[in-house]
Design a binder for this molecule. Structure first.
Ligand SMILES: C[S@@+](CC[C@H](N)C(=O)[O-])C[C@H]1O[C@@H](n2cnc3c(N)ncnc32)[C@H](O)[C@@H]1O
Length: 199
């Protein structure tokens, strides 16, 4: 018998794909065991779940989509529903990871949860840019953020927004596909200089 929690019937939650795997593999390069990691836009919970098991971190899974929150809960994850980093307190996590909706808006698509899982705004980068601008607030000192960006959008503009936010940007991994290239970026807040610390 199947019910609403049957994954075969799940049509309102993003199905894990190669982008999910790229984020896991990239994030594992920079995480330390025991860290608290928020997985924004957790979807099915695949990234948070794999990072807990493979990188020995404690994951907090968040999503705006209630169906995604339910799916992540069914995996036994700690889940908080909310938009981007709104549910996360200041300086409370060691790392933040995000496989964001990154496609430019397409008005022909229905406005539903799956559309919200893939559409990042008019040019595709608006949502991830909002996340980047807020990420320094939630990171503990020495923390790091990791997110994906697509060549279907303006990667240079995302990097420029991160740098204008005071983050240094490193490319951790990339994966080519027939119609796009996905890049995993590590974003590190600048450490306060000795002069700043004295001020
Ligand atoms: C591309 S899917 C990634 C899902 C999952 N992390 C993975 O890698 O398989 C993007 C996710 O972001 C969520 N999302 C969209 N807008 C959001 C927002 N404002 N705040 C939090 N999550 C959001 C969507 O519901 C969706 O689950």
């Amino acid at each position: 018998m199947s019910g609403p929690s049957d994954p075969r019937l799940e049509t309102q939650v993003y199905r894990p794909a190669a982008d999910s795997t790229l984020l896991v593999e990239a994030a594992k390069q920079v995480l330390d065991p025991g860290w608290i990691v928020v997985d924004t836009g957790t979807g099915s919970g695949i990234v948070a779940d794999r990072l807990q098991r493979e990188a020995a971190v404690r994951a907090i899974a968040t999503d705006i989509n209630p169906h995604a929150c339910a799916a992540a809960s069914r995996r036994g994850l700690e889940v908080v529903r909310g938009s981007l980093l709104d549910p996360i307190d200041e300086a409370s996590v060691d790392a933040a990871v995000f496989n964001p909706p990154y496609l430019p808006a397409d008005d022909r698509l229905p406005d539903d949860w799956l559309d919200r899982a893939t559409t990042g705004g008019p040019t595709g980068i608006e949502l991830v840019s909002d996340w980047i601008e807020d990420v320094p607030r939630v990171l503990k000192p020495g923390g790091v953020a990791v997110c994906l960006v697509s060549s279907l959008t303006d990667i240079d503009e995302v990097v420029a927004i991160a740098e204008a936010t005071g983050l240094s940007v490193t490319e951790l991994a990339e994966r080519p596909f027939p119609f796009e290239r996905l890049v995993a970026l590590a974003l590190n807040p600048a450490e306060p200089s000795a002069v700043d610390q004295l001020a």
